[in-house]
Ligand binder design. Structure first.
Ligand code: SF4
Length: 313
């Protein structure tokens, strides 16, 4: 199933995601409708900065699309509520997540900036997801303002308390993403403040990211790979770097890798894991090449008995 034909208004992908495998995105708010206006946002600088929760898109229309997508035989590792703004602004988020659960066993992931967790209803609705991936980029109010440019009525201590309360109430896994911008939240003090809050929030995973793709502000600088790795160790021994650093490969090497993938898939369809083992490449790199090949229309994904296989066209 190719979503590029505009058959769907609220779904995108599925795309290989470093954190969630093959992920079908579900978008619940209009473009760049958010409680924050982060320096590193990939959606551009101008947006709709709001705190109002409401029915931004009709829940039944979203569920109908997912139903259609499932009927078409598509598959994914996760159905991920994320997209072009803050999904917890949708006042029927809980209903939508439960509606997805009633349609499929595919787990639902929720990517949120976590800024509305101080509202009990939001915590309750978000708790319906199978995994929640909130963000925390600063350990103090000043850096919060600087990096996340929150709505003027958003308060940092309320934001952190909301995250802690959500941790206490939610029984599922919380994977906390921390986005680092060089020179903004990378000082020793910034890292210590973040570490202190992470110890308080106790997420199941801590995942570090940085600006490897174009951001809202062109002057946002990425943190280099080694430094990010060293920050990860300082934050928590098991913290992971998830930033998708550009490969040092030349375009020729990259094309050669893709040709090898195509040759392998021509012989027989493979799952991601099998492909990685047979070509001795990391899942992340394989996913990147597979996404590229999919975009070029050279391969497709087929689900067989619940497992995704990549096949040539
Ligand atoms: S929370 Fe996400 S969507 Fe909102 S401004 Fe920040 S990066 Fe963009």
């Amino acid at each position: 199933m190719n979503l590029q034909d505009n058959k769907y208004r609220f779904l995108f992908g599925p795309v290989p995601s470093r954190r969630l495998g093959l992920s079908l995105g579900v978008d619940l708010v209009p473009f760049k409708t958010c409680t924050q206006n982060c320096l590193y946002c990939q959606l551009g600088r101008d947006g709709n900065l709001v705190l109002e929760r409401k029915v931004y898109v009709p829940p039944q229309d979203v569920l109908n699309e997912i139903k259609q997508w499932l009927t078409d035989g598509a598959a994914a590792d996760y159905i991920t509520i994320s997209g072009s703004g803050e999904p917890s602004l949708h006042s029927q988020l809980g209903r939508i997540i439960n509606g997805i659960h009633s349609l499929t066993k595919i787990p639902v992931a929720l990517i949120t900036n976590g800024s509305l967790f101080w509202i009990p209803e939001v915590r309750k609705e978000c708790s319906e997801a199978d995994v929640v991936l909130p963000s925390l980029d600063s350990g103090d109010p000043k850096t919060f303002e600087e990096i996340n440019h929150p709505h003027p009525d958003l308060d940092f201590s309320k934001f952190v308390d909301g995250l802690c309360q959500f941790r206490n109430e939610y029984k599922g896994p919380i994977w906390l993403e921390v986005f680092f911008c060089e020179g903004i939240n990378t000082s020793t003090d910034s890292i210590l403040n973040l570490k202190r809050l992470i110890e308080k929030i106790q997420p199941d995973r801590v995942q570090l990211n940085t600006a490897v793709r174009p951001t809202a502000h062109p002057d946002v600088r990425p943190v280099d790979k080694d430094k990010l790795q060293s920050i990860a160790v300082q934050l928590r021994p098991d913290a992971e770097v998830i930033a998708d650093f550009p490969s040092k490969q030349t375009p020729e090497v990259s094309a050669a890798s893709e040709q090898k993938i195509l040759d392998t898939l021509k012989r027989r369809p493979c799952g991601l894991e099998e492909l990685c083992i047979s070509l001795q490449i990391s899942p992340n790199l394989a996913a990147k090449h597979l996404q590229h090949l999919q975009e070029k229309g050279q391969i497709r994904i087929e689900n067989r008995k619940g497992k995704n296989f990549y096949c040539t066209l």
